[in-house]
Design a protein around this ligand. Structure first.
Ligand code: FAD
Length: 435
């Protein structure tokens, strides 16, 4: 007899595990299936795990702001002791540098509407708090191959927006393991080293999955949380054609460098979103700095057709681009000879806004298109997906009347229609990792 559960969740990354926990809390018997050996081993493990609220839309800011509270309350939220330890929220604060991207203008309006705590810093305050920063404006971002890359600038940045509630999670894989343990305590199960090869259907409804080793699992609900493999899984389910917004995989490098030795970046550094040079960076243990790209126009985007086959090495060209951009902002940055970092994939949607939705196939749901910016939201997404699935399974017509979810901590109301697979491309998006 094949094994039978209420819901199969394809993927055990941070969002897959959070969805399991929230569904299990509602009494669903869940089974996460992941081809990797443990939870959070895929792109989640490469995440910078930055927790910040500066999204382009009201909905993006509201969800991220709700997320702050989960991370601050992590131990209570998880509600179990994990022998592997508990992930820590490093509440260092975020600096959003004001730049010609204009992103800060969109963001401030939403901060005011929603009540996100923030301070506006002028350049003098920025210099006082971050004396290692060069506060000149270097716009537009360029690549180091460009002869104008090191050109001087007479113009100062207009200032920065500081949000004290932001930060990062010290160990994204451990946070996922914490969610796994929390789900298991509510009856959820996890199956590792197992690949879903087929999604079985009958009469327009899912009936279960078949693994590549031939094993069958019966389930009336199947949820795609497969990260950069999301489009592969949607095709397996016959769900992709009915979607207006689609997903694909984008290669991304994050680099790891030491901080200037005379500044304790680990203790006093701030997560910084620097649209002026096209990078973001945050403190990392051992007085290091992690650097990611904000995907400026001058960088060619590296779309990947096969998420199982791409170059996982840090490249000299992208290392130079990201590390030298940081050296513009922090001129005393020591540039190491050895290139250290991680390479992984974003699961990008067409407008860099996720898809948290049902599909045209009965019982098939998706939490995908996380576009390099949804680690922070994982527990909120778990809550949203569990509410959405539960309402739809009880007969609610979500496409006609999108499910609204009241946030646990902030009381804000999230309209899940914002994340619909049937939406028009959102023109207000930053079309970058900023969402
Ligand atoms: C380099 C990098 C930096 C990032 N930085 C940040 C950040 O600072 N802040 C932030 O908020 N977000 C960040 N993100 C984004 C964030 O990490 C992701 O949005 C989040 O981890 C997605 O989690 P997930 O559970 O959806 O999927 P994933 O972690 O992608 O997991 C998907 C899982 O599905 C499994 N799978 C796929 N297909 C199958 C199959 N057929 N059968 C079985 N298993 C399957 C895979 O093995 C994988 O483990 C970053 C992402 C990357 C790559």
């Amino acid at each position: 007899m094949p094994r039978k559960v209420d819901a199969v969740i394809i993927g055990a990354g941070v969002i897959g595990a959070a969805t399991a926990y929230e569904l299990a809390r509602k009494g669903y018997r869940t089974l996460n299936i992941d081809k990797l050996p443990a939870s959070g081993y895929g792109p989640t493990s490469a995440s910078c795990a930055i927790v910040r609220a500066h999204y382009s839309s009201w909905d993006g800011v509201a969800m991220a702001y709700e997320g702050f509270s989960y991370w601050k309350d992590w131990e209570q939220y998880i509600g179990v002791v994990d022998d592997a330890g508990t992930a820590k929220y490093m509440n260092c604060g975020t600096l959003l540098l004001e730049s010609a991207t204009g992103h800060h203008e969109k963001v401030l309006k939403h901060y005011d509407d929603i009540g996100v705590e923030y301070e506006e810093w002028d350049t003098a305050k920025l210099k006082e708090r971050m004396p290692i920063f060069d506060t000149h404006a270097f716009w537009p971002p360029r690549r180091p191959e460009d002869p104008r890359f090191w050109d001087g600038s007479e113009q100062e940045l207009p200032g920065a927006i500081f949000t004290p509630g932001s930060g990062y999670v010290n160990d994204p894989q451990l946070a996922t393991h914490n969610l796994q343990r929390a789900a298991e305590a509510k009856g959820g199960e996890f199956l590792f080293r197992a690949t879903v090869g087929e999604i079985r259907r009958a009469n327009g409804h899912v009936t279960g999955v078949t693994l590549t080793d031939g094993k069958e699992i019966e389930a009336p609900i199947v949820i795609n949380v497969a990260g950069p493999h999301s489009f592969v899984v949607n095709r397996m389910a016959g769900a992709e054609e009915g979607m207006k917004v689609k997903t694909r995989a984008l290669r991304h490098e994050v680099h790891h460098v030491p901080s200037p030795p005379d500044f304790d970046f680990e203790a006093d550094g701030l997560h910084t979103s620097d649209g002026d040079t096209g990078i973001y960076f945050r403190p990392e243990s051992g007085n290091h700095i992690l650097i990611g790209s904000e995907d400026p126009d001058c960088d060619r985007r590296q779309w990947v057709d096969d998420p199982d086959d791409y170059d996982r090495h840090v490249t000299e060209a992208q290392w130079n681009a990201q590390v030298y951009r940081l050296a513009r902002r922090i001129p005393s940055l020591p540039i190491p000879n050895e290139r250290k970092g991680v390479v992984d994939l974003y699961d990008c949607s067409d407008d860099w806004i996720p898809i948290y939705d049902k599909s045209d196939v009965g019982g098939f749901y998706m939490a995908i298109g996380t576009s390099g910016n949804q680690f922070k939201n994982a527990p909120v997404v778990g809550h949203v997906m569990a509410e959405l699935i539960d309402r739809v399974e009880h007969g609610h017509d979500h496409d006609e009347d999108p499910v609204k979810v009241t946030c646990r901590y902030t009381g804000l109301e999230l309209d899940t229609g914002f994340y619909s697979r049937l939406r028009e491309i959102n023109p207000n998006s930053s079309f970058s990792v900023n969402g």
